[in-house]
Design a binder for this molecule. Structure first.
Ligand SMILES: C[S@@+](CC[C@H](N)C(=O)[O-])C[C@H]1O[C@@H](n2cnc3c(N)ncnc32)[C@H](O)[C@@H]1O
Length: 365
C-alpha cells in the first residue's frame, strides 16, 4: 500500500482567476505532476471555467485549447491565452476606465445596496463604477480579444469587492469587509504567450472529438445530496451575473438573488448537470461522463472528480477501464496537501479525509 505523499507546490506556474466553485487552483501542482512526463504537445481543457488549468498548460509550453459552455470562461480564455498586445496598450485603456465617473444604471438598480440594506452582492458605490465602466467598454472600438482583457479586469475587480461566498446564488446578510473597498481595475496577470492556443464555447462532447495529445476533463460534480434543487448546483445559476456582465444585455430577472430568467430550473443547460437518475437508478450525469470518455480523441486523458459529486469513484474507474489503461488514480486531500495512489486492489491508501479530489490518468486504447 502506498504511503500518502506531500507534494511540492512551488514549481507550478502561477495562474489567476475569480472565486469559482470547483476551481482547480490547488490541484494544479498535482495535475502538472501527472501531465509533465507524458510529452504531450497539444492539450485540451474541456471544462475550462476560470481557465486556470489552461493557463498552467500554456505556461508549460503546451499548445492549449480552452473550452467551456460559459461565455465568461471564453472571456478569460481570450484574455490569458490569446490577447497579445503590449502591456502598455491595456494599461492605458484600464487607466481610462478607472477615470470614468460612476453613475446609477442597470447594475446599480439590480445589484447595488446601501450600507443599511442587506443581501446584495455589491455596495452601490461600486455598482455605480461597474455601470460606468461596462458602458464605456462597449463604447470603445476594440477587437473582441482586447475587450476580453478589459472584461476580465472588471470581473477580477468585482471579485475583490463582492459580498458573496464565491457565487451569485445567494448574498451575505452582513456586508463583507472587502465590499467597502473601492472597485479599481488592474492589469490581469498575463504571461508571455509562446504557444498556439485556441478558445471555444462548445459542448465538451463536441470539443473532445477533435484530436489533442492530452485531454483534461473537469466536469461539473453537482451534489450527491439528491434533495438539493438543481438550480443550486448549476454553473449558469451560480454565475448568472458574469454572463450578464459580459453580454450587457439587461435580461429579465427573478427571485431573491435577482438571477437571469434563462438561469432558472426550466432551462437545463448541460447534460453533465442533469442530476436526475434513470429508471435503474443510474445518475444521468454519470452516463454523460461515460459518453464523454468514449468520445475523447486523445492519447492521454486526465479526469478530475470530487468526493461530493453525483458520480461514484468506483463507477468512474469502471468507465475509464473500458476505454484504455488506467495509469494512475490519485486521491488528494488538498486542505492537508496530501496525495495517495490507489492500490490495485481497489483500496485507497488515504481515505479518511472528508472531502477528496480524484485525478485519474488514462492512456487511450
Ligand atoms: C468543475 S468546473 C471547471 C473548473 C475549472 N477546471 C477551473 O479550474 O476553474 C465545470 C465547468 O464545466 C462547465 N460546463 C458545464 N457543462 C458543460 C458542457 N456540457 N460543456 C462544456 N462545459 C460545460 C461549467 O461552465 C464549468 O465552468
Amino acid at each position: 500500500m502506498s504511503e500518502p505523499q506531500r507534494h511540492k507546490t512551488s514549481s507550478a506556474p502561477r495562474t489567476e482567476g475569480v472565486k469559482y466553485v470547483g476551481s482547480k487552483l490547488r490541484l494544479i501542482p498535482h495535475i502538472m505532476h501527472l501531465v509533465e512526463p507524458l510529452g504531450a504537445q497539444t492539450a485540451l481543457d474541456a471544462f475550462s471555467g476560470t481557465t486556470r488549468v489552461a493557463q498552467a498548460f500554456a505556461q508549460c509550453g503546451l499548445h492549449t485549447h480552452a473550452n467551456d459552455l460559459a461565455v465568461w470562461s471564453e472571456v478569460f480564455g481570450n484574455c490569458y491565452l490569446i490577447a497579445n498586445k503590449p502591456e502598455a496598450y491595456y494599461l492605458e485603456l484600464i487607466d481610462h476606465l478607472n477615470a470614468q465617473p460612476g453613475h446609477e444604471g442597470w447594475f446599480t438598480q439590480h445589484y447595488g445596496g446601501l450600507p443599511h440594506e442587506h443581501k446584495k452582492p455589491f455596495q452601490a458605490h461600486n455598482t455605480m463604477k461597474i455601470d460606468a465602466i461596462r458602458e464605456e467598454i462597449d463604447r470603445l472600438d476594440l477587437e473582441w480579444t482586447d475587450r476580453c482583457v478589459l472584461l476580465t479586469s472588471l470581473m477580477l475587480a468585482m471579485n475583490a469587492v463582492d459580498n458573496t461566498l464565491g457565487h451569485f446564488a445567494a448574498y451575505l446578510s452582513e456586508w463583507a469587509p472587502r465590499s467597502y473597498r473601492s472597485l479599481t481595475l488592474t492589469l490581469p496577470r498575463k504571461f508571455r504567450i509562446t504557444t498556439h492556443n485556441r478558445v471555444s464555447r462548445a459542448d465538451a462532447l463536441e470539443a473532445v472529438s477533435q484530436y489533442h495529445d492530452l485531454a483534461y476533463l473537469d466536469p461539473p460534480y453537482g451534489s450527491n445530496n439528491a434533495k438539493m434543487p438543481p438550480s443550486r448546483v448549476r454553473y449558469a445559476a451560480y454565475y448568472h451575473l458574469w454572463k450578464t456582465l459580459v453580454l450587457n444585455d439587461r435580461p429579465t430577472t427573478f427571485g431573491k438573488a435577482v438571477r437571469r430568467t434563462d438561469s432558472s430550473d426550466k432551462d437545463t443547460a448541460s447534460r453533465f448537470e442533469d442530476f436526475r437518475s434513470d429508471d435503474e437508478g443510474q445518475p444521468l450525469a454519470l452516463k454523460a461522463i461515460d459518453q464523454l470518455i468514449a468520445a475523447t480523441n486523445a492519447r492521454h486523458v486526465v479526469l478530475s472528480y470530487s468526493s461530493g459529486g453525483r458520480a461514484d469513484k468506483d463507477d468512474l474507474i469502471d468507465i475509464l477501464k473500458q476505454n484504455g489503461k488506467l495509469l494512475q488514480a490519485l486521491e488528494i486531500d488538498h486542505r492537508r496537501n496530501v496525495m495517495a495512489s490507489m492500490t490495485w486492489t481497489g483500496h485507497w491508501a488515504n481515505s479518511k479525509a472528508a472531502h477528496k479530489e480524484y485525478l485519474f490518468l488514462l492512456e487511450r486504447s
